[in-house]
Write a protein that binds this ligand. Structure first.
Ligand code: HEM
Length: 444
């Protein structure tokens, strides 16, 4: 659905500040997005406008706003136009579809996340993780962020693309994929030679060509991987996706899965190194499992691990802000907001609000125990995976991958922070430690 962007004149009644020419409030936001949003909230109230990189947007603060926009009872909000940054590099992905078209595509993708498929992914993951973390044995000091990023990329090539671990082409495909991700976030968005953006478009062209060549192979001899699932997926009428649709969905899925899980695992391991009582509790829980590979049956037993993961997502959410575009005018908290306005909501800010959480600045996985259940203070108090029709389709997959990794990692290693490590984080676009998170690592 195409809607003309809202003009400044139609937003003037909404309080807010412009900041610097063109940059607007971007520097403040990049430095500390929560502090910047909280300042605006305190000064202007729950509806305010912001200017960044030449664009105005309207922020709606608080869990009620997160619920209203994500559940979208009046079909007011376009995800496709909200996530315009991703439109050229990752077109056709689920998040870049709206309403009936989105629902139809999501339904076709859903079987790739059913229990039987998940069991196969877990098998692949277990083998891959064992092999990849073995390489860390030789180190006494491990820079965790680059190490886990390399691990999730290699696992991704196996689980998403169906390539055997160590496949010669996997590195080239992963490099093209990383170029795409970098380009989707680039400030200069013209395909000039040598730019990040041009490299991303080249990466997309290469992946598109290779995926197209691989589709007949995946159809003829399907394996236990996402690519095979998508190549053979059909809708209610038995119609398959076109070649281009398969490529676009696979490409987007890998992007949606990769940096988010990498970031969450980094936060979790940082927290377990900083507050070792959680590392001990997770270790003890893992030791109580039957020895051998983690199975689907074991996953619910990892209850402490799950709480530590949930708290890591609250503390440092990989997707702290969610954009939409209003496709029609609406009213929120008595403020009229015109069609075409860019809308921003922040599950990240909500997950730090004292209204819903005790001592929100404290890392406290016990807030998720059934007797405290602070996440139930509001249906959208804890929403690191979003909600409504676009709620993360990979959330159980992410949980499974995190448990599969953590179980093997804590069984094999104990980690502590190198002095001063992990003190500074880049919070946007996806959180990562500025120093790469150097850890002391010892074999148990
Ligand atoms: C800790 C890890 C993850 C986090 C925090 C996360 C977060 C999110 C969020 C917040 C959304 C909704 C965005 C919106 O409403 O605009 C989303 C959507 C999505 N995620 Fe995840 N995600 C994670 C892992 C994954 C994984 C592992 C996969 C795939 C295996 C995945 C695939 C997707 C897809 C395809 C969508 C679009 C869904 C739709 O539009 O219907 N994500 N994710």
């Amino acid at each position: 659905m195409t809607v003309q962007p809202a003009r400044l004149e139609s937003l003037r009644h909404i309080p807010g500040r412009k900041g610097l020419p063109f940059l607007g409030n971007a520097l403040d936001f990049i430095r500390d997005p929560y502090a910047a949003s909280m300042r605006n909230y305190e000064e202007y109230g729950p509806v305010f406008r912001q200017y960044m990189l030449g664009e105005w947007s309207v922020s709606l603060a608080g869990a009620d706003a997160v619920e209203y926009v994500l559940t979208d009872p009046d079909k007011n909000f376009s995800s496709k136009n909200g996530w315009w940054l991703l439109k050229e590099i990752f077109p056709g992905g689920l998040m870049l579809r709206d309403f009936d078209d989105h629902r139809a595509h999501r339904r076709v993708m859903q079987p790739a996340f059913r229990a039987a498929a998940m069991e196969d992914y877990l098998l692949r993951m277990n083998g891959g993780i064992a092999q990849l973390i073995r390489a860390w044995e030789a180190d006494e000091r491990l820079e965790f962020y680059p190490a886990i990023k390399a691990l999730t990329l290699k696992l991704g090539a196996a689980v998403f693309m169906g390539l055997p671990l160590g496949n010669a082409e996997a590195d080239a495909l992963n490099k093209a994929f990383q170029d795409e991700v970098a380009a989707s976030l680039a400030l200069i968005r013209a395909p000039l030679p040598g730019t990040t953006y041009k490299k991303g478009l080249d990466g997309r062209a290469y992946l598109t060509r290779r995926f197209a060549e691989m589709i007949p192979e995946r159809r003829a001899d399907p394996g236990a991987d996402f690519f095979s699932q998508m190549a053979s997926a059909t809708d209610e009428d038995g119609k398959s996706w076109t070649e281009q649709e398969i490529i676009d969905h696979l490409n987007f899925l890998m992007m949606a899965a990769h940096d988010t899980t990498t970031s969450a695992l980094t936060t979790m391991v940082w927290a377990m190194a900083k507050w070792p009582q959680w590392q001990d509790a997770v270790h003890e829980e893992v030791l109580a499992l039957p020895h051998g590979d983690l199975t689907m049956k074991d996953l619910p037993q990892l209850e402490v691990t799950e709480r530590v993961f949930k708290e890591a997502l609250r503390f440092m959410p990989p997707v702290p802000f969610i954009p939409r575009q209003a496709v029609r005018a609406f009213e929120w908290q008595g403020v009229k907001i015109p069609a075409g306005a860019n809308i921003g909501i922040s599950p990240g800010m909500t997950m730090m609000q004292e209204e819903y959480w005790t001592d929100p600045e404290m890392f406290d996985p016990d807030r998720f125990t059934s007797n405290r259940a602070e996440d139930r203070n509001h249906r959208f108090a804890w929403a690191p995976f979003g909600g409504g029709t676009h709620k993360c389709i990979g959330l159980h997959f992410a949980m499974m991958q995190v448990k599969a990794f953590t179980a093997q990692f804590v069984r094999k290693y104990r980690v502590s922070l190198v002095d001063g490590a992990g003190e500074k984080w880049h919070r946007v676009p996806i959180p990562k430690p500025a120093d790469g998170l150097p850890l002391h690592i010892v074999r148990r």
